[in-house]
Write a new protein. Structure first.
Length: 309
């Protein structure tokens, strides 16, 4: 027996969609009944419906051959086929790969290279690559784990209804704007700071889901049941208070967290969630666990002027 990923109903004989890999009941087994990502590929010869006809005979030259290779790569059985509907897990994997690279760079190239490659800072905001690398970088294993938990549980739900491309765009845009927002407010206040972490993007994901399903039941730490909106705005309130009162943040061990970045990401997510409102359906219960300090990660290692978010 399994639960339908669309409506949550128990199903003795579940159906698995070959395109997105999810499990559905009889009512939602067809691609159009569960908003399958494969619906975007009606014209793909190797997409949802494969006629078996090689359209390369209609054209000549290398263009058709190249397109045929690309179609094979992106087809269900192709090496790129996995990434359709799995962008959240792909981004999660990139976060852990980046964390490993951080350790290697720190050991073999030193702290200066580490900062230049992985942190967005008030000193060098013109390092454009750090606008993205800082999203996937983290200040410690616990920081990374907290953001990973939120992305693992909430990311696929949001991705299912935005589509993989829009989900990646949301993640990257919210993460970059959150980091730039933190750096910008630091410059305005005459402070020096460095920032890294995916919490701006994670807060955006939570914001989207909070708008779409505010009463979604979340088991905090796998034990405490809470509506999602309470969890989201509880974290937001903490970020507001700690941003206004850095001394209190320091006393709580969260003085090195980029609280303003959390708020920027959340605002972006709430705005985007409003654009999707009324177009999607999500489950009624979800189990979620994270470490103290929420998706922004707890306080911990990190020198003065360095923000983790």
């Amino acid at each position: 027996m399994a639960n339908c990923d669309e409506c949550g109903a128990d199903e003795n004989m579940p159906y698995q969609c070959k395109r997105c890999g999810h499990t559905f009941c009889a009512d939602h087994r067809l691609p159009e009944n569960h908003d399958c990502p494969g619906l975007d590929d009606w014209n793909d010869p190797d997409g949802v419906f494969d006629s078996g006809f090689d359209d390369s005979v209609e054209t000549s030259g290398g263009a058709s051959t190249t397109q045929g290779v690309l179609n094979k790569l992106r087809s269900v059985g192709g090496p790129l086929g996995y990434f359709r509907g799995n962008a959240a897990y792909t981004l999660l994997g990139l976060m852990w790969i980046t964390f490993l690279l951080q350790q290697l760079v720190g050991v073999f190239l030193g702290p200066r290279a580490y900062v230049s490659l992985f942190t967005l800072s008030t000193t060098n905001p013109e390092y454009l690559w750090t606008w993205l690398t800082s999203i996937f970088s983290h200040g410690g294993l616990y920081h990374l784990a907290a953001n990973s938990i939120v992305l693992f549980f909430f990311g696929p739900l949001v991705e299912r209804y935005t589509g993989s491309k829009k989900f990646v765009a949301l993640f990257l845009a919210a993460g970059a704007l959150a980091g730039l927002g933190h750096v910008g407010i630091s410059l305005i206040m005459g402070e020096t700071s460095r920032v890294l972490g995916a919490s701006g993007a994670v807060f955006a994901i939570m914001g989207v889901l909070t708008v779409l399903k505010p009463d979604l039941k979340v088991l905090l730490f796998f034990v405490i049941p809470l509506p999602l909106y309470i969890l989201t705005f509880g974290f937001a309130l903490i970020s507001v208070l700690f941003f206004i009162n850095p001394g209190a943040a320091g006393s709580a061990g969260m003085g090195d967290v980029a609280h303003f970045a959390h708020l920027v990401g959340l605002v972006i997510g709430l705005w985007y969630g409003r654009q999707l409102k009324g177009e999607v359906q999500v489950p009624n219960q979800l189990q979620f666990g994270g470490g103290p300090g929420g998706p922004g990660g707890p306080g911990g290692p990190g020198g003065p002027g360095r923000g983790r978010f």
